[in-house]
Design a protein around this ligand. Structure first.
Ligand code: KPL
Length: 317
């Protein structure tokens, strides 16, 4: 199976490196020529959960160059989904599958608009990974990966099992669920709670439960999202407080993806996470004051970044 991983972020690099190490025919796709060149030259360095450091010589190509892949794993940030979707038609072999492993809501809809819903798979990754520099990834938290065929997909159980096998061979604990939408929402609860608060406070995931005012807000944001999921007809079984606590413990040393974005001066995924909760809740008449505040705070944080003094001494007048 020819596999492309689209997006050399923390997750994309980790996935491509582990597939390569197992001898899969995998290519990492980037859209930036200079970075592509750097990654191709250096390879992808992985700091494993066991503390080993390994370099995987993953081939890196420009996404715009096209290709004929049997499976394209979309691992770009949610705010890049539209752009990634535009590239997909020229990357797919006949009958190819597209698997999104992104955070947030709205990705499946954007990908379906570009390549049709029938070939889509959705994946939810509970592992934590950080990218201290381009092409270097630290596997910082254990967690399963769950994949499934979302509504509208016509991917057969046999092909789904084939994809799961590829992940398992590469060392990923991969589960299949036929209610993948429920899993996507359960991950959303985690992300709307943990991501903005760790990004605002600049703390690793494991610290959050020990800060009572922040924890209260994290659980409240996840509870609002859970109410929206139920109003949308999804039978969520998880308790937000318990679930958030479990993920914070399992990814204690990890910096959330949103904190990594803030520290690197990149845009965040707040619009696809808490912002989507606020927007979708309106159609159900549900109040989402905590998600609204967190969305506005992250938007403000991003907008203020260029004006922030770089060190305390800059504040002395
Ligand atoms: O998905 C994550 C993220 O950071 O985006 C968690 C699970 C919270 C791990 O950090």
């Amino acid at each position: 199976m020819k596999i492309a991983v689209l997006g050399p972020g923390a997750l994309g690099c980790l996935l491509a490196a582990s597939l390569k190490e197992q001898g899969e025919e995998v290519v990492l796709l980037d859209y930036r020529p200079q970075r592509r060149e750097l990654l191709q030259r250096r390879g992808i360095t992985v700091h494993t959960l066991a503390g080993e450091v390994r370099v995987a010589p993953v081939p890196v190509a420009l996404a715009a160059a096209g290709g004929a892949f049997d499976l394209v794993v979309v691992a770009v940030k949610a705010y890049q989904t539209e752009a990634a979707a535009g590239l997909l038609p020229r990357l797919l072999a006949p009958g190819a599958l597209v698997l999104t492993v992104q955070n947030g809501l709205g990705n499946l809809e954007a990908l379906a608009a570009a390549v049709g819903p029938e070939r889509l798979l959705a994946g939810v990754v509970f592992a934590g990974a950080t990218r201290p520099e381009e092409g270097r990834v630290v596997h910082a938290g254990a967690g399963p990966t769950v994949i499934g065929a979302p509504p509208g997909s016509q991917v057969t159980p046999a092909r789904l099992a084939q994809v799961a096998q590829v992940f398992r061979r590469a060392g990923w604990e991969c589960r299949i669920r036929d209610d993948i939408e429920v899993v996507l929402w359960e991950k959303l609860l985690v992300n709307v709670g943990i991501n903005p608060l760790t990004a605002l406070l600049r703390v690793p995931n494991g610290v959050l439960p020990a800060i009572p005012p922040a924890w209260e807000l994290a659980v409240a944001a996840a509870t609002e999202a859970a109410a929206l999921a139920r109003a949308s007809g999804l039978a969520l079984t998880v308790d937000p407080d318990t679930r958030l606590r479990e993920v914070c413990a399992a990814t204690a040393a990890n910096l959330s993806s949103m904190l990594q974005d803030v520290l690197a001066g990149r845009p965040t995924e707040i619009a696809a996470l808490n912002g989507q909760v606020v927007a979708r809740a309106k159609t159900h008449g549900l109040p989402t004051p905590v998600n609204y505040c967190l969305t506005r705070l992250l938007e403000a944080l991003e907008a203020a970044a260029p004006s922030r003094p770089s060190a305390e001494k800059d504040l002395v007048v």
